[in-house]
Design a protein around this ligand. Structure first.
Ligand code: ADP
Length: 814
């Protein structure tokens, strides 16, 4: 520890002690001197008076005698020694007898200053006259000064001062020593310790109490300081810990800040990129919008145009001041806007509702009087607070499009007319072809079936030929109509979940007789449980029967057909395969088998066919969202496959199986049945009569036209009405509707027997209250089944369609 000498505590104590002691000593000395001074002055005056008294008589004598010499002696005697510095004797007449002054030297000394001016005393010199009267004879004047006798006094003062000085110095020295030992040195020791610790950079933990100071203030100070150090240390430690924590937190914070900054920078970069993308997108949008539309427009919240882009004025020839600041309503004067699609009221309402404006067509009158068709689209615009601020949109000149649309409309109507004519032609064709076929096939069946007709073997084979040819012709008609309908896009499919395993079994049963004829075995691949696909059940059956019959037809004698289930390469589809061991198809012909009327050479063989079965099949599969294909090896066989979407199963109709197992033996004796047949064609009436003859329990009554049919239905009370749809007077649908209004006829089964086989015909019949629909030419056994089910009371509407015996199933319309 380096402390400047002047700053040292001991020296300062010494200095203060010196000053105070000196001051105090001097003060006391001054008091002493003052007292001495007063005593000295008093004793001087007393001494002077004593001398005056001593020389008074001599002075009186000198004055009385006017003896100058005596007077001179007196005055010299007075100033010879003592405090009198001048003396004069004056006669009563004022004559100076003697006088002397010795005070010049004294007055010139510095001490004279201390004692001030000399004191003047004048004594009257008197002579007692006879009678005791006192007579003044002169005066004695003296000047008294204490300076002359001040030597001892000054010596005392000097001594006094010296002793005070010495005392003070000694006292100060002693006190400084005491301070040094008792205060300064212990403090210096402590401070040195602290200083050393500071120099080492360590923290002082416990300062030792200086020896001998255990119980005094320094001891307490050190202890208190140690306590303070401890608390400082604790606090320091806590602070360091806090600083550590703070630094760590700061580090974390800095990392976070860095991360956040990086993130922000990234965000900023991204935002810039987004803004740039947005700008480009806006530009692109504007360009595109400009390309896709002709002009932009904007309105304020009142619907007044605030902006319309230049293109509009270029297109219309109108000027800006004619449009800006006006509403569509203002412009609807006929001179600018001639017409608005849906009308101004609707547009105004839409705008009030803040609805988007989609394809509003307006007829504008250009400045040159030319009519312009404009199409406007717009959307309401809201500000950030959701406040509506107007509309914004685009407009296009659609004049050319309008002209084209008008032409297209015309062409469309023309096409629709042609299509209607085609449909009409198809319906007529179907009807016209089926009506004679009904008679041909019906009578041929009767000829074949009727016992006791005595037909020769040759005749029987002729009948069989008629039936075969008729069947072929009927199939051809059905398939051609089917194809025409599909190609016209008018196929109606009822897509549902179908158990394909079940349906395959059903088809296999139906194919068995055909297969048996060629000694071919039809097998179905085992499959555990049902397998459901999405399709139209009846059309699916048509597909399976077509593929199955082809597999039999184009097989070899004694061959086999296998219907199996495979995995489709397309997920979600189920594959069904029909494999045969037949003649096969050459590779280059594989695609052609699906072309209409292409029999790829089979037409030169004895195998019957139309060449459109596979075309229809492919169309049907594709309409059911599936795919079809074939793989084949000539001489080994072919595999036709089709894929259909897999579905979840639907619950099976409750009574379907029971209905399928319904006994259909016509030889059973059934309750009597009264049947009314309304038919205008005599051949068909004859056919029906002969069919009914096969059931002895049936009584047939017939009407030739609708009117008679209606009255007979009410008068004859039939159990079943068979109704031709195309009657000369009243439409069959009208008859059915009328009958259904009659209470008596409400539940009587009405079955249509008609050559109209279009789906539309059947649907209309159903909605007119007809229970079932048998297409001409009908199958005799089907008709007999109908009679039996009605007679036994087991008939329910739709039975024919459900049990699959009805010709309706084979009919193209269903
Ligand atoms: P078709 O009425 O002639 O059978 P399709 O459209 O059903 O008409 O079939 C078209 C042609 O494809 C058939 O004429 C036949 O030559 C050929 N074809 C179809 N199925 C097979 C098959 N399983 N095996 C060999 N050839 C077949």
């Amino acid at each position: 520890m380096r402390v400047r000498l002047t700053d040292r505590l001991t020296l300062r104590q010494l200095r203060y002690t010196l000053v105070i002691a000196l001051g105090l000593g001097l003060l006391l000395s001054a008091v002493q001197v003052a007292r001495d001074y007063s005593q000295h002055v008093d004793s001087t005056m007393a001494s002077a008076n004593r001398m005056l008294d001593a020389f008074h008589y001599a002075a009186v004598q000198a004055a009385y005698t006017l003896d100058s010499d005596l007077a001179g002696d007196v005055v010299r005697g007075l100033v010879a020694d003592g405090p009198i510095i001048s003396a004069r004797i004056i006669s009563d007449l004022g004559d100076r007898l003697a006088g002397i002054h010795v005070g010049e030297q004294i007055e010139a000394t510095p001490v004279a200053f201390l004692f001030g001016q000399p004191v003047v005393q004048r004594r009257e010199l008197t002579k007692t006259q006879p009678g005791g009267r006192q007579e003044t004879i002169g005066f004695l004047e003296v000047e008294i000064s204490a300076v002359r006798t001040s030597g001892p006094f000054l010596e005392r003062v000097a001594l006094n001062l010296l002793s005070v000085l010495i005392e003070t110095v000694v006292l100060a020295g002693v006190l400084a020593l005491i301070y040094l030992r008792t205060t300064t040195r212990p403090i210096t020791t402590i401070v040195s310790r602290l200083q050393a610790a500071e120099d080492e950079g360590t923290l002082v933990k416990d300062l030792p109490v200086p020896r001998g100071h255990d119980k005094d203030e320094i001891g307490f100070l050190v202890k208190a300081f140690n306590g303070l150090l401890r608390s400082v240390e604790t606090e320091l430690r806590a602070r360091r810990q806090a600083e550590d924590d703070l630094r760590k937190a700061n580090d974390v914070l800095e990392i976070r800040v860095e991360e956040r900054t990086a993130h922000l920078n990234q965000e900023i970069a991204e935002r810039r990129a987004i803004e740039e993308a947005l700008r480009q997108s806006e530009e692109r949008f504007r360009d595109l919008a400009e390309v896709s539309s002709d002009w932009f427009w904007e309105t304020d919240e009142h619907g007044r145009f605030t902006l319309v882009s230049d293109r509009f004025f270029g297109v219309s020839g109108l000027s800006r001041h004619q449009i800006i600041g006006r509403t569509v309503g203002d412009l609807l004067t006929g001179t600018i806007i001639a017409d608005i699609s849906d009308g101004w009221d609707v547009l105004q309402h839409m705008m009030e509702q803040r609805s988007p404006l989609v394809r509003y067509d307006m007829t504008l009158r250009g400045n040159d009087g030319r009519m312009i068709f404009a199409r406007m689209d717009g959307k309401p615009v809201f500000d950030i607070t959701g406040q509506f601020i107007g509309y914004r949109g685009t407009g296009r000149d659609v004049t050319q499009r309008k002209i084209v649309e008008a032409r297209l409309d015309e062409a469309r109507s023309e096409a629709e007319r042609a299509n209607a004519a085609k449909s009409h032609f198809l319906a007529n064709m179907s009807h016209e072809l089926r009506t004679p076929m009904n008679a041909i096939l019906g009578f041929a069946q009767l000829l074949r079936a009727a016992p006791g007709q005595g037909l020769t073997q040759t005749q029987k084979s002729y009948v069989q030929h008629i039936l075969d040819a008729g069947d072929h012709l009927l199939r051809l008609i059905n398939e051609i109509l089917d194809l025409a309908r599909i190609e016209a896009g008018r196929i109606e499919l009822s897509i549902e979940s179908v158990d394909i395993v079940d349906l395959v079994k059903e088809c296999s049963d139906m194919l068995d007789p055909l297969a048996a004829g060629q000694d071919i075995t039809v097998t179905i691949e085992d499959h555990d449980g049902p397998l459901h696909v999405m399709g139209d059940r009846s059309r699916l059956k048509q597909i399976l029967l077509n593929l199955g019959s082809n597999a039999i037809k184009y097989n070899r004698h004694g061959g086999s057909v296998r219907i199996g289930f495979g995995v489709s390469p397309t997920p979600g589809l189920q594959r069904i395969l029909v494999c045969d061991t037949g003649i096969g198809i050459p590779q280059d012909m594989l695609r052609k088998v699906f072309e209409p009327f292409n029999r790829i050479g089979a037409d030169r063989t004895a195998i019957e066919g139309t060449g459109i079965g596979l075309t229809v099949t492919r169309q049907l599969v594709e309409h059911m969202n599936g795919a079809i294909g074939v793989e084949s090896t000539v001489g080994e066989g072919s595999t036709f496959w089709f894929d259909l979407p897999v579905s979840s199963p639907l619950p099976k109709p409750k009574d379907l199986d029971s209905q399928r197992s319904q006994p259909q033996d016509g030889t059973l004796s059934h309750p009597p049945l009264r049947v009314l047949y309304v038919e205008d064609n005599p051949a068909n009436r004859d056919l029906m009569r002969d069919v009914m003859d096969l059931r002895p329990n049936v009584t047939l009554v017939m009407a030739e036209n609708g009117k008679t049919g209606l009255s007979m239905a009410l008068s004859e009370n039939p159990d079943l009405i068979l109704l031709d749809m195309n009657l000369p007077d009243i439409d069959g649908l009208k008859i059915a509707r009328q009958l259904r209004t009659d209470l008596q006829m409400r539940d009587t089964p009405i079955v249509a027997v008609s050559a109209g086989a279009m789906a539309r015909d059947i649907e209309r019949a159903r909605s007119a209250g007809i229970d079932d629909y048998i297409c001409k030419p009908f199958d005799v056994s089907e008709m007999l089944t109908l009679l039996d089910t009605v007679a036994t009371g087991s008939y329910s509407p739709g039975t024919l369609r459900e049990n699959g015996t009805g010709n309706t199933l084979g009919a193209p319309g269903l």
